[in-house]
Write a protein that binds this ligand. Sequence first.
Ligand code: PLP
Length: 412
Amino acid sequence: MSRISQMLPRHFGPYGGRYVPEMLVPALKELAQGYGQCKQDPQFQAQLTDLYHNYCGRPTPLYFADKLTKTLGGCKIYLKLEGLAHTGAHKINNALAQALLALRLGKTKIIAETGAGQHGLASATAAARCGLQCTVFMGEVDIRRQYPNVYAMKLLGAEVIPVTDGTKTLKDAVNATLKYWIQHLEDTHYILGSALGPFPFPVIVRDFQSIIGREVRTQILEREKRLPNHLVACVGGGSNAMGLFHPFLHESGIRFHGAEAGGRGPKIGDHAARFTNTPKVGIAQGYKSYFLQNDHGQLQDTHSVSAGLDYAGVGPELAWLYDQQLVEFSAITDVQALEAFTILTRLEGIIPALESAHAVARAMELAPTLPQDEIMVVNISGRGDKDIFITARELDRNNWMAFLKREVEDDQ
Ligand SMILES: Cc1ncc(COP(=O)(O)O)c(C=O)c1O
């Protein structure tokens, strides 16, 4: 392996690594090498910066949530509005950058897994923009609950393949994508959507998502002339959290907060809280980290109202930061997330993705306990349009069902 790719961290403490079938090793080495070169290539960086600015709408705003701050009566709350990036979430930061990387590697096709559909949508969009063929693997359950994104992916020319194994959610989609990749290595790049999987994916995704934290640093220094005291993000695989946290990790005096999916409660199968409920270390899907698993190392079923947090594993760097007590995790239930969703919508006129609503709920727990001169930044990783089939059912059930019925009847 070249010196460039050797400089990328392969492990975070004992976590991370590359636990894959032999056949996949050359492709991962090629990827590490290609990424290492792009990282140092001013032309690649300039092309990416131009697209972030002119295509994705970056920098996304850092908004002072005046009414939320006053209502909670504690620290000042700023919201980083990643939902205003093209395609409605942070996922485009990574998907677009990896699509450019795929072109550099001479690939003509990309594949992606998706849970909430945001990464699938971002990948389909990046593929359309870069002239790449795109196939997205998505669990059947997620296809049903995130149909607006499935429709958009198809509009963009992507093929969406339903995954019917296991719980038919994100972990099964990751397995299916890895399996497909092994058979199509020659012309295909796998755009992995979170800061997890075998080396070098965790570091690639983290680096591409770090644009979030770098922008926050500039924006908060402009507004407040100092760094924040608290950073809050929801944690599925960990890409928006690592993107926000990473540029601040070397600073002292900042607390990092991760909100996991507490689902319906602490019973196994009812949540996706890897850290909050007796964390267990294991190896799955190509990397070592904390996983929700049984005594035989089988990944457990998970549940969350938000498809993007409904995953049994978590990125290896977050696992290491947890061990060092650098990131504090807490489980936010479905009910709390829906409540935070409604409050943010009504108070600030911002409809968050259900994933991001978990971060808002955590902020709502913390803020009242903190002094008024402290500053908190909450990452609103996405906007809530995609969740209409869930939130309307939960919050306006009768009208929504009557509307759906009318639509079907009108069509017949
Ligand atoms: C809007 C949004 N936020 C957060 C996540 C969770 O992913 P990650 O932890 O990688 O940021 C997802 C995943 O699909 C998402 O769509």
